[in-house]
Design a binder for this molecule. Structure first.
Ligand code: SF4
Length: 207
């Protein structure tokens, strides 16, 4: 199989996840900003689902992805889950020493599939943060790696990982299709639906 011909069937991805091994210990590290603020991507549709299931508004759920912004101004792409003053995901908390997620059933695809991602190709040179890899699957830092996982769970995780990868591709295409330069003041966030203000309001609504 060539470098760009990685097999991404559920079976192949589940095989790789089984080979790496994983069981979440609920340490909560992936929800915390241990090396800087937490920046888990959340897509517009995922934000709306969380809005419907919680009392939070757009700003309570998401913030503009901070890359490219300076002093509260500039253009950025996509949204990150909202953080607290410690840089941790605002929906995480600890109870009796165990980490809990307030939006567990509706958490974004990236949270559902951590610590795994699918390589765009058979990485000859994986990016920083990848601590293990097997076939098409990359594993990122996580204390639950290396633990036995059932075939059933590996296949379910593989299905979600493939869904996430396809969604990321579609969202990125939407961002590209809807991008247009703007001279608007303040922060403008480009997502797959077009330019928005940090509170999720379409920029077009201002005209
Ligand atoms: S870092 Fe790994 S083990 Fe810890 S909560 Fe996240 S997925 Fe679970």
């Amino acid at each position: 199989m060539g470098v760009s011909e990685v097999e991404r069937t559920v079976d192949a991805v589940a095989d790789a996840i089984e080979a790496i091994g994983f069981e979440c210990t609920r340490c909560g590290h992936c929800c915390q900003g241990l090396d800087g603020d937490h920046t888990a991507t959340v897509f517009p549709g995922e934000i709306r689902t969380i809005e419907e299931r919680t009392d939070e508004d757009w700003n309570g759920i998401a913030r503009p992805m901070p890359f490219g912004l300076t002093e509260g101004a500039g253009e950025t792409f996509e949204w990150a889950l909202q953080i607290d003053s410690c840089g941790d995901c605002t929906f995480g908390s600890f109870e009796d020493g165990e980490h809990r997620c307030a939006i567990y059933e509706d958490r974004p695809l990236i949270c559902q599939t951590y610590p795994f991602s699918l390589a765009p190709e058979a990485d000859a040179d994986p990016p920083p943060g990848v601590v293990d890899r097997e076939g098409p699957v990359r594993a990122h830092e996580c204390e639950g790696l290396g633990r036995e996982i059932s075939r059933e769970k590996a296949e379910a995780l593989a299905e979600t990982l493939i869904e996430r990868t396809e969604r990321e591709r579609d969202e990125a295409t939407g961002v590209g299709d809807n991008y247009r330069p703007t001279d608007a003041d303040g922060v403008v966030v480009f997502d797959s639906e077009g330019p928005k203000r940090p509170d999720g309001t379409p920029l077009d609504d201002e005209s």
